[in-house]
Design a protein around this ligand. Structure first.
Ligand code: CAA
Length: 384
């Protein structure tokens, strides 16, 4: 067993750290306040090859491994989780699934520009449309329908909480074709946002990751050609679950980064801030908090890297990705809350960043499977 990164992985980590410091940090507070989508940052990430990190270069990707993806996600999330969620969704929920299960034509037409993050010089990213008003954790209860009409599907229904909802050009939409078959009657369709019958709802006014672009999407008799179905008829739910297992590595890394960002700020503050005649780092109450933060973050990092390694090795990573997501998300929420406590009154105001990290941490316990859903997945795996 080796606990060492390759030169290439370290280079990617450094590039992501520099990018986060130089391009994400300026204006991050304002973007959060104004709920401004980080378009410039995403375009720069596309130029760095970070929007299709794990895709084969023949389809526009950077051909990197999942470990590199974890390192990049962690560094960017330390500073700006609104930017990193957009990156995570495009990489793991959109590009990975198309790369693994798409046809050659789908890869040429959709994956190649999505992995580049640009088409004709313009931003070109994707979104993953599984959640519905009444199907969140209970994802098999899809109400959106894809009626089989011969050479096309007729799509009707509403999707909720869609990351990249307005900025995406391509949607991967899960919809029920044959309700009598339950989860085996669901298909995943590649849908272009510009097609007639699609309405993008208002941007959600969220607690955290306020820069990210979250919308409802409504489909009203949208015609989707049959060749835009991913996999065989009825493969849509399996596609969603397999893709989400990879997505959970991305969100686990995002949570890891949020925790790391809050910890680094707390460490710095503890060395500067004085109370009772000495820097607060000299008080055992603060030392114990920092020790617990550092230990939990290290454990979360090892779980993330383990899941990434299993994925790169072609092993089944469903269990390890759920464990990483569960532990990293809980760690992020705990560490960010303690970071606010260490900062005292300063932690409660925007300039010190930790209150934003605390708000951003919360969503990692909810999206791409709540902490409770991860426990279902873990429970089923260890009890079978
Ligand atoms: N791989 C392959 N197949 C799988 C699978 C996997 N990982 N997980 C389940 N399946 C299969 C099952 O084997 C089953 O098939 P059979 O009937 O042939 O056995 C079928 O799919 C249905 O599975 P379950 O019976 O296990 O379904 P369930 O109703 O009990 O639900 C669940 C399981 C784990 C709770 C699932 O519904 C789930 O993961 N829910 C959470 C959904 C989620 O993560 N949503 C996030 C939305 S996306 C998002 O947040 C993106 C964003 O914008 C940031």
């Amino acid at each position: 067993m080796e606990f060492q990164f390759t030169e290439e992985q370290l280079m990617i980590q450094r590039a992501a750290r520099d990018f986060a410091q130089n391009e994400c940090l300026p204006g991050v507070i304002e973007r959060d306040e104004q709920q401004k989508f980080p378009k410039e940052q995403i375009e720069q990430l596309a130029d760095l090859g970070f929007m299709g990190m794990m895709v084969d270069p023949q389809y526009g990707g950077a051909g990197m491994d999942t470990v590199s993806y974890v390192l990049a996600m962690e560094e960017i999330s330390k500073i700006d989780a609104s930017t990193s969620v957009c990156m995570s969704v495009n990489n793991s929920l959109v590009c990975w699934g198309l790369d693994k299960y798409g046809t050659e034509e789908q890869k040429q037409k959709y994956l190649t520009p999505l992995a580049k993050g640009k088409k004709d010089g313009e931003l070109y990213i994707g979104a993953f449309l599984l959640s519905e008003p009444e199907a969140g954790s209970d994802a098999t209860s899809q109400r959106t329908t894809a009626e089989d009409c011969g050479d096309y599907y007729l799509l009707n229904g509403t999707k909720n909480w869609i990351t990249n909802g307005n900025s995406a050009s391509v949607y991967l939409v899960m919809a029920q074709t044959d309700a009598s078959k339950g989860s085996h009657g669901i298909n995943t369709l590649i849908v272009e946002k510009k097609w007639p019958g699609i309405v993008v709802g208002a941007k959600e006014n969220k607690l955290g990751i306020r820069g990210s672009d979250t919308h409802s999407i409504l489909f009203n008799d949208v015609k989707v050609p049959k060749e835009n179905r991913i996999g065989d008829d009825g493969f849509g739910f399996t596609f969603a679950m397999k893709t989400l297992a990879g997505g959970r590595i991305g969100i686990a890394s995002q949570a890891l980064g949020i925790a790391g960002g809050a910890y680094e700020l707390s460490l710095k503050y503890s060395k500067e801030r004085k109370a009772f005649g000495t820097e607060i780092m000299n008080h055992q109450a603060i030392q114990f908090k920092l020790s617990d933060m550092a230990t939990r973050i290290e454990a979360a990092r090892l779980l993330c890297l383990r899941a990434a390694w299993e994925k790169d090795e072609g092993k089944d990573f469903t269990l390890s990705s759920s464990m990483a997501k569960l532990y990293a998300a809980e760690t992020a929420m705990w560490v960010a809350t303690e970071a606010v406590q260490i900062h005292g009154g300063y932690g409660y105001v925007k300039e010190y960043h930790v209150e934003r990290l605390m708000r951003d941490a919360k969503i990692t316990q909810i999206y791409e499977g709540t902490s409770e859903v991860q426990k279902i997945v873990i429970g089923r795996a260890i009890l079978k």
